[in-house]
Design a protein. Structure first.
Length: 765
């Protein structure tokens, strides 16, 4: 009875186990189906309901954890893709779904913060483009700089910043330190006047208010002759000549105080700025800032790769520019290497192999099993056996070509070594023994193809490659007297330095090994005869030739950084008053730019005379500059047959009779109908072989293409040529319009403008 009860319990347990297992499998199948459909919430809810029904099922608990992790990973990946394509609303909704599954996930919260920062950056970009189209480049640049504080690596903002800086560098509008609201020029003429009188004159002429520190001596005598100078420069000259410093309280108020360490600590504002570096090392960046800006030692955190500064706003502005120039990614190169070993064999064996041996064997007497002394005495020709070798006619010809090919691809950073080994590690056993014990040690030899490369990418897209190639093989095995096994290694090496263009292929050959062997079997005497000897001999010729060929092609994946002159050059004032300022070589905005009457201070020259004298050497006649000679015309060139889904190239041509130095422009396009694949510089500014700076940015959200071209040629560019090339892809059939919203050529002298901006209509079939 007890046995029967035990059997029933056992069968009941097994039945329950199979029921639970079957139900769990059904739940998992349903979960997998919902996961494939993207219904992650329904899948997790189904697992939780299954656990509620079967709380003891460990398989369902494990399925819940794995399904939750997989759902969060998929949602995060989907949000990242949506963010990359500019669909921020969809990305927010996707992250909210993921956050509902795991409310405390740090990765989700970090992505939400990134999207918020990107939204602000996009808003700053749109605002800056609006200001730029309204010809307010100064304000647009300030908006871009504010946006880069939130997203320092936003590519469109960086491209627009480079473009605005390049335009402002070659235009007459001032682009220096932006603090005071007054931008009109001022004229001052004082001889041995008190400081208070000069400042009062500046206030009457510009509306700038001054607050003086208690230790400033107002009776200091000032001699000053300025014609059409900027208010900023006038204030700097006054305070700098008397060992004073200034602080901008607001756009219309300036505090002046003695330029001493004590007063600097009392009045100078401090800003704490933390730089998170993405590419440069914190130590080297801190050394750069110390050497260039003469500042206190910044805080360096090597673990987080960040530096922190506490300095004045002017120093922080300079530090931001320097860090942006220094914290740039390294260039990367993909090197396509093809190693070819060509082995050629030629074997020829012709002739007749005559017997070269004659064997005489004594035979025993009939019925005897062997030779005896008496049988040897009776040997005759009938009891001696004769053995003669076979005659062989050789008609042999072998031809072989053997290729051993290796085709690796190596991706390497700039100035970093990369190694590759295609082969084997051959063990070499070394035995050492004493009177009491015996030990063996094993070392390994690399045998095969070893390649070592170190690329150096130049800004002109050329690659210098330090290359080392070694091809080795085991020639034979060698046994030592102690019984250890060693190997004789045959090697061929090549070491060189190449300089190649992007995509250029270089072949390295000449590592040749030749073996030519000849042997013959001849009948003595007859085989040595001049002609007939070939009938009594067999000749064997064996020729082997091995050549190693290396083909290498560098392909630049990330170009070397090449900042233009507007980024790399910074005017920082004097060592005692370091700050970011405009270049004094630039012509300030005055009457030539359409300014109204120039204000005059008390005791100054008349305003009419002041407008004729502009700051900067050699600029006296700039106010009356005549328009540049020769018309400037722009035209489009496009294919006539365009089909939907195909790629095509559109060219913007420029014709100018005046010498031009640059041309910033903006093009509008319908983003729903066209996809911009590439924007490249034309040949107009490259006619003389001069170096040019080219920047471009494509905003698919607003349908704008911004580009800027500057030439370093002192004579400028004239004539005809292509200004810009657009590689486009038509998305759908129908009419498509391309328009130039802004094109302002920069002449070497005078003024230049295009009277009509042409538009282009394309018919997509």
């Amino acid at each position: 009875m007890k046995l029967r009860t035990l059997q029933l319990a056992t069968w009941s347990s097994l039945a329950s186990f199979f029921v639970l297992t079957g139900c769990a499998q059904f739940v998992r199948d349903d979960v997998n189906a919902k996961m494939r459909q993207g219904d992650y919430e329904g899948a997790l809810q189904g697992i939780q309901e299954g656990i509620a029904k079967y709380p003891d099922n460990t398989a369902l608990r494990a399925t819940l954890i794995s399904a939750q992790n997989e759902a969060i990973s998929r949602l995060i990946a989907q949000a990242i893709q949506q963010r990359a394509t500019g669909r921020f609303d969809d990305a927010d909704n996707t992250l909210l779904r993921a956050q509902a599954l795991d409310p405390k996930n740090d990765r989700i919260m970090a992505l939400q913060n990134d999207i918020t920062a990107q939204r602000r950056a996009e808003k700053s970009l749109d605002e800056a483009l609006t200001l730029m189209n309204a010809k307010n480049r100064e304000q647009a640049l300030r908006v871009v700089e504010a946006g880069l504080r939130d997203s320092p690596r936003q590519p469109e903002l960086l491209a627009l910043q480079r473009r605005l800086e390049a335009e402002l560098r070659f235009e007459t509008e001032p682009a220096g330190r932006r603090g005071l609201a007054e931008s009109r020029p001022i004229t001052l003429d004082f001889r041995n006047a008190p400081l208070s009188t000069v400042l009062e004159a500046i206030t009457r002429g510009s509306g700038i208010n001054f607050i003086l520190d208690r230790d400033v001596k107002q009776d200091n005598r000032v001699t000053l002759y300025l014609r059409s100078a900027k208010v900023d420069d006038a204030i700097d000259l006054v305070v700098g000549a008397h060992q004073l410093a200034r602080r901008t309280i607001d756009p219309q108020t300036v505090l002046i105080y003695p330029n001493t360490p004590e007063k600097q600590r009392e009045h100078q504002e401090q800003v704490i700025r933390v730089f998170h570096l993405g590419n440069a090392e914190a130590k080297s960046t801190a050394a750069l800032l110390r050497n260039m800006l003469r500042i206190k030692d910044p805080f360096v955190d090597e673990r987080a790769n960040l530096i922190a500064l506490r300095e004045s706003p002017e120093i922080i502005a300079l530090a931001e520019r320097l860090v942006a120039l220094h914290d740039i990614g390294d260039a990367e190169v993909m090197m396509e290497v093809e190693i070819l070993e060509v082995k050629t064999t030629r074997l020829t064996e012709l002739g007749i192999n005559f017997p070269n041996t004659l064997t005489l064997t004594p035979l025993p007497l009939p019925g005897a099993t062997g030779l005896t002394v008496s049988s040897v005495r009776s040997l005759n020709s009938e009891r001696i056996g004769v053995g003669i070798g076979n005659t062989l006619i050789n008609l042999r010809r072998e031809v072989g070509d053997f290729n051993v090919l290796a085709n690796p691809r190596i991706r390497a950073k700039n100035r970093e070594k990369a190694k590759i080994l295609i082969g084997d590690k051959v063990p070499v056993v070394t035995t050492s023994s004493t009177a009491t014990f015996l030990s063996e040690s094993i070392s390994y030899l690399d045998v095969g193809i070893k390649l070592e490369v170190e690329p150096v990418v130049s800004p002109d897209d050329e690659v210098s490659i330090k290359l080392g190639l070694e091809v080795s093989s085991i020639a034979k095995e060698v046994r030592t007297a102690a019984g250890s096994l060693a190997y004789q290694i045959g090697t061929r090496n090549a070491n060189t330095v190449l300089r190649l263009r992007d995509g250029e292929t270089q072949l390295l050959g000449g590592l040749i090994s030749n073996e030519d062997r000849s042997s013959a079997n001849r009948v003595p005497g007859l085989g040595d005869m001049p002609v007939l000897g070939r009938l009594f001999s067999s000749q064997k010729d064996d020729y082997q030739r091995t050549e190693l060929i290396l083909a290498i092609t560098p392909r630049i994946l990330r170009s070397a950084p090449h900042p233009d002159i507007s980024q790399a050059e910074m005017w920082v004032g004097s060592e005692m008053a370091t700050r970011l300022r405009a270049s004094p070589a630039r012509v300030p905005l005055a009457k030539a730019a359409g300014a109204e009457a120039v204000p005059t201070a008390a005791g100054s020259q008349p305003a009419a005379a002041a407008t004729a004298a502009l700051a900067g050497p050699g600029a006296a006649g700039a106010a009356k500059a005549a328009p540049a000679s020769g018309p400037i015309l722009a035209s489009w060139k496009a294919p006539t047959d365009i089909k939907a889904g195909t790629e095509f190239v559109v060219t913007l041509n420029l014709s100018s009779g005046a010498a031009l130095r640059g041309a910033p422009l903006e093009i509008s396009f319908p983003a729903q109908s066209l996809e911009v694949l590439d924007v490249s510089e034309g040949s107009f500014f490259k006619q003389s072989g001069a170096t040019t700076s080219f920047t471009q940015a494509v905003n698919t959200g607003t349908g704008r293409i911004g580009a800027g071209i500057l030439s370093n040629d002192s004579n400028g560019a004239t004539g005809q040529g292509s200004l810009l090339q657009l590689r486009l892809k038509a998305k759908a059939a129908g009419p498509v319009d391309l328009g130039i919203t802004s094109l302002k050529p920069i002449p070497l002298s005078g003024a230049a403008a295009i009277a009509e901006l042409p538009s282009l209509r394309l018919e997509v079939k």
